[in-house]
Design a protein around this ligand. Structure first.
Ligand code: BJW
Length: 241
């Protein structure tokens, strides 16, 4: 629970952090009203497995089904608002300019809360790009102006490469970090899941915020059971005040 006493070593790591990195996953957006990736299957979508919809093969076989699923999720993202945890991270960045947020989320909620130094590993749900040539679409359309290929959400599906500049920035930030927070991620999906694991292997303190256990383990891991919107304001108050 977010009101339990904190380890004194952890409080020192928070106060002393000069180059913190915060890795966020779908659980970070849950309290903003965006279902976690593995829960994005209620109502009409209950019989589909999100892991099977988020693939190039699913789009090639059933383009309209995949586009309809994304249209449903875009509506949820449009209605969502950043919560106290997003705002706390934006405050931390304002007080400690070297903070880097590395997010697997595609909803833009960190930027809407005021964070600037955000690395987006899995793209953005509110943009389209061509499935064939990758050109970004400026206006809503079904096909790409450059090559006539089908437009699709500008996100990274299973089996696709992450954008190289984003992955490079994330790896660079983690290699220089003196503290890593892993918030609201199951740490199952690679290569993002390897980021906190690499920090742990290098002896960097890692704080995990998650109501559920994950497989992350290491001598310098601090596990905080609970929700992002409850824990982050408390941790940032310790780091910045
Ligand atoms: C809360 C909370 C609250 C709830 N507060 N917490 C090595 C080994 C094995 C497999 C692979 C490997 N390398 C690559 C792979 C294949 C694959 C992969 O990792 N598969 C795994 C399933 C094993 N990876 C890829 O294909 C990646 N590409 C790649 O590596 O290219 C090179 C390559 C290709 C082919 C073969 C080999 C190499 C691409 C991965 C792209 C992931 N894309 C998605 C979809 C994005 C678009 C969309 O949203 O539609 O990204 S999948 C989905 O998972 C989404 C998420 O960003 C991502 C991570 O999930 P996340 O964020 O952890 O969410 P959840 O739902 O899993 O967990 C939420 C957590 O929050 C839970 O723990 C809750 O308890 C918690 N929570 N409420 C705090 N209030």
């Amino acid at each position: 629970m977010a009101n339990e006493p904190l380890d004194t070593d952890l409080m020192e790591h928070l106060r002393g952090a000069r180059r913190p990195v915060v890795l966020t996953g779908a659980g970070m957006s849950a309290e903003s009203g965006v279902p976690t990736f593995r829960e994005a299957q209620s109502g009409l979508w209950a019989r589909f497995d999100p892991v099977e919809l988020a693939t190039p093969e699913a789009f090639e076989r059933h383009p309209q089904r995949v586009l309809d699923w994304y249209a449903w999720r875009r509506e949820q993202v449009a209605k969502a608002r950043p919560h106290a945890g997003h705002q706390a991270l934006a405050r931390w960045e304002a007080a400690c300019a070297a903070l880097v947020i590395v997010t697997q989320n595609v909803d833009g909620l960190h930027q809407r809360a005021g964070s600037r130094n955000v690395v987006e590993l899995h793209g953005r749900i509110d943009r389209d790009r061509c499935h064939h040539c990758g050109e970004r679409a400026e206006t809503p359309a079904r096909v790409c102006a450059q090559c006539g290929g089908p437009l699709r959400p500008d996100v990274v599906w299973f089996g696709e490469m992450l954008p190289e500049p984003a992955l490079r920035r994330a790896l660079g930030a983690v290699s220089e970090a003196d503290l890593v927070l892993s918030v609201g991620t199951s740490t199952l999906v690679q290569p993002a899941a390897s980021l906190p694991a690499e920090a742990l292997a290098a002896g960097v303190p890692v704080v995990e915020i998650n109501p559920e256990p994950t497989s992350l383990k290491g001598r310098t891991l601090y596990r905080l059971r609970g929700k992002a919107a409850e824990w982050l304001p408390r941790l940032v108050a310790i780091a910045c005040d």
